[in-house]
Ligand binder design. Structure first.
Ligand SMILES: O=C(O)CCC(=O)C(=O)O
Length: 254
């Protein structure tokens, strides 16, 4: 964990009020260019060490569309068991202090992933609330996103429905386990950010993103935390998934 005074990473009252009202908050860059270069190298290492880019690789989600006939990675999950620098990031005070402040108690890692939004083929995420995926766990969950690359309207930054976190789970589209039925997804607002910015959001905040139609990709690291009083579920949740990924890689490497 970075040793700079933890006080420096605390949210202001204004930021806390914004989060309370809207269910999300964008924080101006808290990682500098040198750190971002190291984290991008860590992301590259993660991709190499995650194994072959095939649909059967349990650590990868692949984009529906190919690029120049090649499969393209959409998401890597989990990530902290592969590259030590990413485990260090998950424990960084810049991510954990704001989450802990909102919980009113220390935060503990729940889920970890790297989302790509590759140029041209980066696909949309339909409107959803993350808690619809996590219903067997606590709902004291906050995701902290770190934009590794600049996220713009053109390359498909995250978009949030302000205040939707106050509604608990919303109605899903018929035939869909997670996508929300909403007459006007345009009520979501863009959450662009420079590389190194953070975005915090609640597991009930409805969000989505449009496809990337630009030539600039954007990667995001997403670390989700639960409150410590709900215990450490990581070993039985993502830890088990990590084990399956490691076993798959062992049996699929030459
Ligand atoms: O990366 C994105 O564009 C959306 C990610 C997202 O909605 C999620 O992981 O829940």
């Amino acid at each position: 964990m970075r040793t700079m005074g933890i006080q420096a990473y605390r949210l202001t009252n204004e930021q806390l009020n914004y989060y309370g009202e809207n269910g999300f908050l964008v924080i101006d860059p808290v990682f500098d260019e040198k750190e971002l270069i190291e984290l991008r190298l860590a992301a590259d290492e993660l991709l190499v060490k995650s194994g072959p880019i095939v649909n059967s690789n349990p650590r990868l989600e692949i984009e529906p569309e190919t690029y120049l006939d090649e499969l393209v990675v959409r998401k890597i999950e989990p990530i902290i068991d592969v590259v030590p620098a990413l485990k260090t990031l998950a424990n960084d005070a810049r991510l954990m202090v704001p989450a802990a402040q909102i919980f009113g108690e220390p935060a503990i890692l729940f889920e970890d992933k790297l989302n790509y939004k590759p140029p041209y083929v980066g696909s949309a995420y339909p409107l959803h609330q993350d808690y619809s995926y996590w219903q067997e766990y606590t709902d004291q969950l906050i995701t902290v996103v770190l934009y590794l690359d600049e996220a713009t309207v053109k390359n498909g930054c995250l978009r949030f429905v302000p205040g939707s976190h106050k509604q608990r789970l919303m109605e899903r589209q018929s035939g869909s386990a997670h996508s929300i039925e909403m007459e006007d997804p345009g009520i979501a607002v863009n959450a662009p950010g420079k590389a190194g910015s953070l975005v915090l959001f609640s597991c009930y905040t409805a969000h989505h993103s449009y496809p990337n139609t630009s030539k600039k990709g954007r990667r995001t690291l997403l670390l989700t935390y639960n409150s410590t009083s709900d215990g450490d579920t990581y070993p039985v949740y993502k830890g088990k998934h990590a084990q399956r990924c490691q076993e798959w890689l062992k049996s699929n490497s030459n």
